[in-house]
Design a protein around this ligand. Structure first.
Ligand code: ATP
Ligand code: MG
Length: 110
């Protein structure tokens, strides 16, 4: 089992969600986060001046999937999140030992 953690642009959330739903993936956790990548933030023109924005609002999306689904989910997220401009996001893949469903006690370990 893997946890796919994608940091995406907030304005791409609906497109990524739709792409995932269309591909058959429904479970997810969404968190509003702030982050920065290689550009260490961005410069914005505002009221005639320049403002340096260090941490930029992003959406973090967590999706737990079996290992054989990882490539498919990554491709689906990329399709929904891509604009071609800087800040399109990053995807991390993290190993997970177990998932327990509280209602039924079901334990999934792989
Ligand atoms: N090294 C890192 N460690 C943890 N989080 C990161 C790292 N790099 C990027 N992120 C997260 O991913 C978000 C999106 O990053 P971003 O798309 O700007 O990556 P990038 O590597 O700078 O790519 P690009 O050059 O396309 O902008 C960041 O706001 C941050 O939350
Ligand atoms: Mg960047």
């Amino acid at each position: 089992m893997k946890l796919i953690k994608a940091i995406i642009k907030p304005e791409r959330l609906d497109a990524v969600k739709k792409a995932l739903e269309d591909a058959g993936y429904f479970g997810m956790t969404i968190t509003e986060v702030q982050g920065r990548g290689e550009q260490k933030g961005i410069s914005l023109q505002y009221r005639g001046g320049t403002i340096e924005v260090d941490l930029i609002p992003k959406i973090e999306m967590e999706i737990l999937v079996s290992a054989d689904k990882v490539d498919h989910v990554i491709e689906t997220i990329k399709k929904g999140a891509y604009t071609g401009k800087i800040g399109d996001g990053r995807i991390f893949v993290i190993p997970v030992d177990a998932s327990i469903k509280i209602r039924t006690g079901e334990v999934i370990t792989e």
